[in-house]
Design a protein around this ligand. Structure first.
Ligand SMILES: N[C@@H](CCC(=O)N[C@@H](CS)C(=O)NCC(=O)O)C(=O)O
Length: 200
């Protein structure tokens, strides 16, 4: 029997999202390590799979391919409690997924990559990423002041998408002790997902 193949980089939060959802839902998969730093996303073989040249990319068991972490999560989690049934709650979950890609990942993940992986000094990193990251974390902290999860009462894809890079905030230069609700939520979601905490 063929299983889904996940092309992913172990250092990538976007790729972790796919792994977290597949493991949570007991979906069998094969992981093919595809390193961004080693430019394995730019080989002719990989570009033939995903012309965008990015991971995560999945080849479903039936041979159809899919890219974009949040699209992959939506496909894998169809019919599960990770996607609320109620239309308004489902739309709220989507609201956070879009925000994550446009306003969160582009700040926290990018700053982490430059600081932690490319080993750049803070002075060499785009200066606006620092205040933008603080704003992102403050918005999340305020939202979590009176709730355990981003949408409704249960863990949803919104939490999985947002936790993927928030748990590595320290590597991006943000100390989550300044945003205690966010820190507590990260620990809660990591526990729900059964993953070892990345929090320092
Ligand atoms: N919006 C995409 C972003 C994917 C992305 O940026 N992937 C990075 C790793 S986290 C990548 O493959 N970069 C390689 C490159 O751009 O050359 C998603 O959510 O899947």
């Amino acid at each position: 029997m063929s299983v889904m193949t996940v092309y992913g980089d172990s250092i990538s939060g976007n790729c972790h999202k796919v792994k977290f959802v597949a493991e949570r839902l007991n979906l069998p998969f094969r992981w093919v390590e595809t390193s961004v730093l080693k430019k394995e996303t730019r080989t002719p073989e990989f570009l033939a799979l995903n012309p965008v040249g990015q991971v995560p990319f999945v080849m479903l068991a039936d041979g159809r391919g899919l890219a974009q972490s949040n699209a992959i999560m939506l496909h894998l989690a169809h019919g599960s409690t990770l996607i609320p049934d109620e239309p308004y709650e489902r739309a709220l979950m989507m609201q956070w997924l879009f925000w994550e890609q446009y306003s969160h990942e582009t700040v926290i993940a990018v700053r982490r990559f430059h600081r932690h992986y490319l080993k750049k000094a803070d002075s060499e990193i785009e200066p606006s990423l620092l205040p933008r990251g603080e704003k992102v974390l403050t918005l999340m902290n305020d939202h979590l002041a009176n709730r355990a999860y981003f949408v409704g009462e249960l863990l949803t894809l919104a939490d999985i998408a947002l936790v993927a890079y928030t748990r590595f905030s320290h590597q991006a230069g943000f100390d989550l002790k300044q945003w205690p609700q966010v820190r507590a939520w990260v620990a809660r979601v990591e526990k729900d997902l059964g993953v070892e905490s990345a929090l320092p």
